[in-house]
Design a protein around this ligand. Structure first.
Ligand code: PLP
Length: 458
């Protein structure tokens, strides 16, 4: 045992209340012989504990836990500690079949490590001060070029604002461009984090139903033509994964143009389209510059990176600049530097191409396993892309009960009905498949729940 362990043990005993202020601790020699370590080892640990104020030396009387130590009582601790994350919370990281997580087994660790080392070594003194609020310029350039090549979107690096992802994008856009009374439209069903955030920050929030062609734009034109913002997931709707039809895209763009309204395009997983060639972002059709495009590296790299971005329409750059300087601090520079290099050296493109093929295979594995394990239970309306499957219940409305059974078996699927606000609900499970490694694994995971599922849904 080393001095660090002795130190850590005592510290833990004190913090957890097993040793109280004033309690005596063994003499150095006694403890050393008890633990069979050198006296110097115990001495080093005690020195740190004294230095940090946990212990006090009382000369000939020995050493004790500092009587003046102010420790939180158990009830105080309980009051300040965060509530335990619910097992079914989207933030819970354990479990399988989680939505929207890229294939973690395929993360390009080697390349990432190489580039990270170089990025850290070459950090210049001026880069160690404050990062630029709108983002690291080479990353803005790399994103603009990526968007033009891969998402058909023509924009300048000066239009890119780097953020920490989806919610930061929405907050920033509304803070810069919206008045509190502005009407904001959101899809129904729609992304749960979006719903939760918008309920807090957009007092005049309304919902627009979604069908097999995406957001129902006729509904929008009939009931909410006066809206200022419409937030859409046109490439793969969240969660139904349908694509907004081309006529509807044009209708929506025309509405925004005629009304001076804004469309917020959430292109969170547009890269993963399988049956046709990748479809360009809606922003590529936006001749009047009414679309604020938002993207993220959560689906292509990893969610923990927390790097996203938005493309500012040209006429808004000044406003974003001005308010951005007040509201934002700029994102940590090092990850931006690494990403910039990863993109500009072409690794990002290769990685996505590889993942597109892989996800298609993994989706097949999951579908086959679902059909094999539960042949009569689900219907599938297979869409052209996305990173999850929606398995619609053939009968009944009990998707919450079903999801609970699966969650008890560590399968982090979500009930579809929970994503609806006002529209007539549909029922089923939303299932992530991107981390399934083999048909056998897919089958084995579902088998965990098979008996209970069949019993509950006879
Ligand atoms: C609909 C939708 N939009 C955006 C995102 C990206 O979120 P973030 O960039 O905060 O990771 C996600 C991620 O799950 C999503 O499902």
């Amino acid at each position: 045992m080393g001095y660090k362990e002795i130190y850590a043990r005592y510290r833990q005993h004190i913090l957890e209340g097993r040793l109280k202020p004033g309690d005596r601790v063994p003499a150095i020699r006694t403890l050393a012989s008890e633990l069979q370590v050198a006296r110097k080892t115990v001495e080093a640990a005690y020195e740190i504990l004294i230095g940090e104020g946990y212990f006090v030396s009382q000369g000939a009387k020995g050493t004790c836990v500092n009587p003046q130590l102010l420790l939180a009582t158990a009830s105080e601790k309980a009051a300040v500690s965060a509530p335990p994350a619910s097992e079914n919370s989207p933030r819970e990281s354990k479990g399988e079949l989680r939505l929207g997580i890229p294939a973690l087994d395929e993360f390009p660790h080697k390349k990432w490590l190489l580039i990270s080392g170089k990025a850290a070594r070459t950090l210049r003194p001026e880069e160690m001060i404050l990062p630029p609020v709108m983002g690291y310029q080479p990353l803005r350039e790399a994103i603009a070029s990526y968007l033009s090549i891969s998402r058909g979107l023509n924009c300048q690096p000066e239009q890119i604002f780097i953020t920490s992802g989806y919610r930061a994008n929405l907050r920033l856009i509304l803070a810069v461009l919206a008045q509190p009374s502005d009407k904001v439209l959101f899809e129904d069903p729609g992304y749960f984090f979006g719903q939760k955030l918008l309920k807090r920050i957009a007092p005049n929030l309304h919902y627009v139903p979604v069908d097999r062609q995406g957001m129902d734009v006729d509904y929008l034109l009939r009931y909410h033509p006066d809206a200022r913002f419409s937030i859409v997931t046109p490439t793969h709707h969240s969660p139904l994964a349908v694509t907004l039809s081309l006529p509807r895209k044009h209708q929506l763009l025309e509405w925004a143009h005629q009304n001076d309204s804004w469309i917020i395009e959430d292109d969170y997983d547009g890269e993963f389209h399988y049956t046709r060639k990748v479809i360009p972002a809606m922003k590529s059709l936006d001749v009047h510059d009414r679309v604020i495009y938002t993207g993220t590296f959560s689906k292509t790299m990893m969610p923990a990176m927390r790097v996203g971005y938005l493309v500012m329409p040209k006429e808004t750059i000044g406003r974003f600049n001005e308010l951005g300087e007040i509201l934002e601090t700029g994102m940590s520079l090092l990850p931006q530097k690494i990403l910039a290099q990863f993109l500009s050296e072409g690794h990002f493109y290769r990685h996505i191409k590889k993942m597109r093929i892989l996800y298609q295979q993994r989706r097949r594995m999951m579908l086959d396993a679902l059909q094999q394990c539960f042949p009569e239970m689900f219907d599938f309306e297979l869409t052209d892309g996305g990173m999850h499957i929606v398995a619609f219940l053939r009968r009944g409305t009990q998707d919450k009960a079903l999801a609970e059974i699966w969650q008890r078996h560590q399968l982090r699927v979500l009930p579809l009905s929970g994503w609806y606000m006002q529209t007539q609900k549909r029922y089923g499970l939303v299932i992530g498949y991107t981390n399934i490694r083999s048909p056998e694994q897919a089958f084995a995971l579902l088998q965990r729940t098979a008996r209970e599922t069949r019993e509950a849904f006879k």
